[in-house]
Design a protein around this ligand. Structure first.
Ligand code: COA
Length: 365
């Protein structure tokens, strides 16, 4: 088995609009500190009427392809992780492949497992490469979502959107260890029944499941080793980000169950986790893309060989902890240009424009 496969190129696409959570707080007559300090949120990335999970995925894929030294003919697999499905049968990958002009001897499919779908698509693509089944072809993996809750739902301030595309080939951006640490435990913490436009959530249960999954995955990673030495050997620890405070709660829970002092855990969070949330605070929850937005941020400027972790969580629930090592192209981080361009071009909407947009989302959902 060759482990010489990893992330060869990254492209990110963020939508063209955003709503500061302070505007939403005013609209809902809620103390803005609840959203900013209580949940750690800042902006909600919002799609215009012309944007959706497909256009975001296509934009991210084009950017990843444009800076890769292969061509579309070299792609033998397209896997799209999403929970913003357009259809119960036709995979979202078909809409994207159509726009990219990708057809022929290509395996094309959608992966669904709430926010874990993008990571599963990535793992499958890597395992396809490692197994030799790819016969030298590369995979295009995309995590793309538009996260919207019902109006006035407690999850409304955590909404967001975005897409991350990754070409799986030579590990020039990052290598991913074949050894990962999965954990699942069936739960009804967050779900969207067939025909419903917006999800149902048992907020507290979803927080408890997320914390349990964090603990279990990290315990497997640590095994019999010293927990401090093990976790401190990573430069950064990335997490799926339902909202930034959730990540902090999970890290505090982890430290407590490992027997660390509150000060030690706080330092772990400050030195390894806090910076990885920077872009997530500007996008909000982009479901499958959230973890990969955080990983893309963490990889920026890293020296080749620097290790980080990535914790993926999807309600239902399933989780997996990955070990990632920066490749030679992480230092120059070409995808930083995508984020900077999208953030500087996007326009803020006020609460009245948000209500109009949400009316459109309801009508077209
Ligand atoms: N100033 C500062 N903080 C405030 C505040 C104020 N005026 N008012 C409330 N807060 C704090 C609360 O103390 C709480 O913090 P704590 O948990 O550290 O105690 C935080 O803000 C959230 O308040 P809470 O009342 O618990 O929020 P909520 O019931 O409205 O909803 C979620 C919170 C997470 C449950 C909701 O956002 C949700 O359902 N999200 C979607 C599901 C999700 O993201 N799940 C995560 C796993 S995938």
């Amino acid at each position: 088995m060759s482990t010489e496969a990893g992330i060869a190129s990254v492209g990110i696409q963020l939508p063209s609009l955003y709503l500061p959570v302070t505007e939403l707080a005013e609209l809902r007559n809620i103390d803005p500190n609840k959203f900013t300090k209580g949940l750690g949120c800042r902006d909600i990335a919002l799609c215009s009427a012309d944007e959706d999970a497909v256009s975001l995925a296509v934009g991210a894929a084009k950017r990843a392809l444009s800076r890769w030294n292969g061509s579309i003919e070299d792609i033998g697999l397209i896997a799209l992780g999403t929970e913003t499905a357009k259809d119960m049968s036709r995979p979202l990958s078909a809409w994207v492949a159509e726009k990219l002009g990708l057809s022929g001897a290509v395996r094309s499919y959608e992966v669904k497992h709430a926010c874990y779908g993008g990571t599963l698509a990535l793992r499958q693509a890597l395992e396809w490469k490692w197994s030799g089944a790819s016969a030298g072809k590369a995979a295009l993996v995309i995590a793309s979502d538009v996260a919207l809750y019902s109006l006035k739902d407690p999850g409304e301030p955590t909404q967001g959107a975005g897409a991350v595309a990754m070409i799986i080939d030579e590990p020039t951006v990052a290598a991913i260890s074949p050894v990962s640490f999965p954990y699942s435990n069936p739960a009804f913490d967050f779900w969207r029944p067939v025909g419903d436009s917006f999800p149902s959530v048992v907020g507290q249960l979803s927080l408890d499941c997320y914390k349990e999954a964090t603990e279990e995955c990290f315990r497997s990673l640590i095994g019999d080793r010293d927990s401090r030495e093990t976790l401190n050997s990573y430069r950064a620890m990335c997490f799926h980000v339902p909202f930034p405070k959730m990540v902090k709660k999970a890290v505090l829970h982890l430290g407590e169950t490992l027997g660390w002092s509150p000060e030690e855990t706080e330092e772990l969070y400050r030195s390894k986790v806090e910076d990885t949330l920077e872009w997530n605070q500007l996008t909000g929850n982009a479901y499958t893309a959230s973890l990969w937005i955080s990983v893309a941020r963490a990889l920026v400027g890293l020296r080749e060989g620097t290790p980080i972790t990535a914790f993926s969580y999807g309600s239902g629930y399933g989780a997996e902890l990955l070990q990632i090592t920066a490749g030679p192209a992480a230092a120059s981080a070409a995808w930083l240009a995508d984020v900077e361009a999208d953030l500087s071009a996007r326009e803020s909407v006020d609460m009245w424009e948000y209500e109009t947009l949400r009316g459109h989302a309801r009508a077209s959902a």
